[in-house]
Design a protein. Structure first.
Length: 258
């Protein structure tokens, strides 16, 4: 995976003017805008008019998704209860190498924290490790989170539901800076790299060939959803999430196109 990323950087200057959105192989672009069918209010059931909408990942457990709401064309996640909440959006199955980027920003006191995570996973795995039909942490694939330690960290999984959260370097999110995340995923080898970049700073590598927490199912043989969670008991703290982009093996070299 390092080879393709390095090659992309070398080619950026020479080819950025030649890249078109079609060549970028965009799989899913989510900006929570009115133009994309999103309206202020709970995220569940949006965007309007689409076949695939965000749905409750823990509905059978009687847990709602009230923490996840669209406000001013961005997703605002508010930590307001102890119970864990999940919300999911299906994406076309990705079975080879693909990429994901998103922006997120912590809103809260600098001495407080959130527990919020972004995952790329396989819905066929949900319930497979504990007999519960509702999803759980041990059934996820790629996992990146803002957590209560307090840093960004990444799950280095063992492919069977275990592993540990860790990063190559500490990365504190509590200054409130907008952070752009980038992951390169190999859904066949079940490995991924993760990077973070604050506004005005250099990109930092957080994970180098970390493992999926749980390998994809035989049915899917890849990744087919974005699953978000919000947990923790620091009341009122928020995460703003926006501009999620999933794209294929041809890297996006000119971000101004999006």
């Amino acid at each position: 995976m390092k080879t393709s990323l390095g090659f992309s950087v070398l080619l950026m200057s020479a080819f950025c003017l030649l890249v078109s959105p079609a060549e970028a192989q965009v799989i899913k672009a989510i900006d929570f805008s009115n133009a994309s069918g999103y309206q202020d209010g709970l995220l569940e059931g949006q965007p309007a008019g689409e076949a695939d909408v965000w749905f409750n990942g823990a509905s059978g457990a009687g847990v709602d998704t009230s923490r996840f709401a669209v406000e001013n064309e961005q997703l605002v996640v508010t930590q307001n209860e102890v119970d864990n909440q999940w919300i999911i959006l299906m994406i076309p199955v990705q079975q080879g190498t693909f990429f994901a980027t998103w922006e997120w920003q912590y809103i809260g006191a600098s001495d407080s924290t959130v527990d919020f995570g972004f995952t790329l996973s396989d819905t066929e795995n949900f319930g497979s490790t504990d007999g519960n039909p509702n999803l759980g942490f041990g059934q996820m694939g790629v996992m990146v989170r803002m957590n209560a330690d307090p840093d960004l960290d990444v799950r280095n999984g063992d492919f069977s539901g275990g592993g540990s959260y860790e990063t190559l370097v500490p990365y504190d999110y509590r200054d409130g800076a907008k952070i752009t995340m980038r992951v390169e995923v190999d859904a066949e080898a079940w490995l991924f790299d993760a990077y973070a970049q604050k506004e005005g700073e250099d990109e930092v590598m957080l994970a180098d060939e970390y493992g999926f927490r749980l390998m994809p199912s035989l049915e899917t043989n890849g990744v087919n959803c974005i699953a978000l969670w919000c947990n923790g008991d620091e009341q009122g703290n928020q995460v703003i999430l926006d501009n999620i982009l999933i794209y294929g093996e041809t890297p996006v070299l000119d971000w101004s196109l999006f």
